[in-house]
Design a protein around this ligand. Sequence first.
Ligand code: ADP
Ligand code: ADP
Length: 225
Amino acid sequence: GAAVSIHNLCKRYNNFEAVVPTSVEIASGDFFAIIGPSGSGKSTLLGMIAGYIDPSAGRIVVDGRDIVPEPIYRRNIGMVFQNYALFPHLSVAQNVAYPLKIRGVAKDEIAKRVRESLAMVRLEAFASRMPSELSGGQQQRIALARASIYQPSILLMDEPLGALDKNLRDEMQEEIKRFQQELGATVIYVTHDQQEAAFLADRIAIMRDGAMTQIGSPRSLYEQP
Ligand code: ADP
Ligand code: ADP
C-alpha cells in the first residue's frame, strides 16, 4: 500500500505559489527522488511532509494518518539535511541517542541501539568523539544513524550529499542505498543531481516551478528511445 499519500498539497507565500496543488502516492518501501532546479519547490514540499512547513491547503497522509504540525523528532519520520544538523555540543553517541532519549526509552535499550546504529554506518569507534572532530562524510553517516535509530517508517533526505565532494558523494550513494535496504524504509530524497537520482531511486518526480511535471522510473524518464 501507500506509505505516503499527498492530496492537492500546496504552499503559497503571499501571492507566490512555491508548490502548486500536487497529488502523489508513494508506495511503502519505495525510494522516491524529487529532482529539479533550485527554487522549484523541492525543499518546501519535503518540509510540509516533514511537518515543519505549514501547507496552505491539502492533505498528507502517512501510514493512514493525517500529518499535523509537531516537532520532527516526535513523529515517526526521520530527516537528514544537507548540513547534517548535528548538535555540536553533544558527542556522537549522544547525538544518535537523542531521538530515543526524548521518547523516554530506557537507558540500557538506548545504549544497545546506539551501538547497533553506529555499527550500521560503521562508526562504532567514534561514539565518544565530538561532531567537529569528524569529516563531512562521517558527520553525514552520524546524521543517518540518528535519523534511523527509532526505526522510522519514512526517511526524508534533503540534498544529503550536497556538501560533499564528488568522490565522497559516490561512496555515500552506495552507503545510502545499502542503508535503505537494511532498514526497509520508504525514502523521499531531494536532489538536483540527475545521476544521483537515477542511481538511487525506484521512482523520480521532476519538479519545475512548484509542479511535478513528470513522474516515472529512472528508465522511463532518462532512457527514452
Ligand atoms: P528548492 O528546494 O527546489 O530549491 P524551495 O522549496 O526552497 O525550492 O523554494 C521554492 C520557492 O519558494 C523559491 O522561489 C523560494 O524563493 C520560495 N520560498 C521558499 N521559502 C520561502 C519563504 N519562507 N518565503 C517566501 N518565499 C519562499
Ligand atoms: P548521557 O550522559 O546523556 O547519558 P552519554 O554520553 O553517557 O550521555 O551517552 C549517551 C548515550 O549513548 C547513552 O545511552 C550511552 O549508553 C550511549 N553511549 C555513550 N558512549 C558510548 C560508547 N562509547 N559506545 C556506545 N554507546 C555509547
